[in-house]
Design a protein around this ligand. Sequence first.
Ligand SMILES: Cc1ncc(COP(=O)(O)O)c(C=O)c1O
Length: 350
Amino acid sequence: MILLNPGPVNVSPRVTAALGRGDLCHREPEFGALLASIRLRLLQAFAPAGGFTAIVLSGSGTAALEAAVTSVLSPHGRLVVVANGVYGERIAAMAAAARLAHTVVEGDWTAPPDLDAVERALSAPDVEAVAVVHHETTTGLRNPVAEVGRLARAHGKLLLVDSISGLAGDPLDVEEADLVVGTANKCIQGLPGMAFVLVREAVIERLLTYPRRSLYLSLATYHEAEVPFTPAVQVAYALDEALCELLDEGVAARIGRHAAAANLLRAGFERRGLRFVLPPELRSNSITALWLPPGQRYVELHDGLKARGFVIYEGQGRLQRDIFRVANMGHLRTADFECFLGALDEVLAR
Ligand SMILES: Cc1ncc(COP(=O)(O)O)c(C=O)c1O
């Protein structure tokens, strides 16, 4: 099955094989070495200039994101959340669940955020951090992280970036941020079950003094103990292998591969008269959102393609009924995307 959903993705035989490396106690030095290797490779891949530490935990991307969101404020602080899609709204929901003071800068789901509104929100005296989604998977929109980072720095606030679907798919300069959240099973091409936060070293000491709002999902807990709870040991083997594979390919080349696949698909969609949800300048490299053709039901499109070996993804939130999404993440070849376009022709012609 070719997975054209935005994670979990198809992975290489090399990553799958790593699952079988055997049983291992997480309290033994061998797991310590494995974790050290994952952390080092994450930093080599995404923070090569140094100055960051990698906190790795078991769970999906949401686990790492919730740990970051609930660890970033002092008892008196406020979080500004930039929300122009489901995942920005989810960050606000995390802040609400933890009863953290927060201001949501809501925006159109098919447009970049209003930076003036972000700046106005940042000027409140109790704001300590701003959170933004790098790649809004809802529509495939790439948010202007650098601009939000510039505003955050100008106002002396921390920048927290959800790059769960962005890292290794679209360029991100972590220097613009203070906390960057990622996951194993999207453009990094590992398996689901591990996620991480890259934290600026100069910031971590401050976070250690803040209240722990969750026993399990606290960055301070993981920073102090490294392996406080039972980790997904075999998934960690696979993540280490996936990172090794990423470094072999090169992060820039991986991003270029995503861009080339997206271009191929988009040229094919255009030839077939499909309509894009976003204008070209807002589109990420790894997912394309399209309006459902008139009279086309998503379920028939999905089932027809699945019968031919391809899994696409439905819309989310208020766009659920009107759009469908095609991701191009994972260990896939050009031929897979060409075959997909052929299958799409068959299904649309029915
Ligand atoms: C931008 C973004 N944030 C958060 C998440 C949640 O990640 P997970 O489903 O791994 O918990 C996703 C998942 O697609 C995402 O795309």
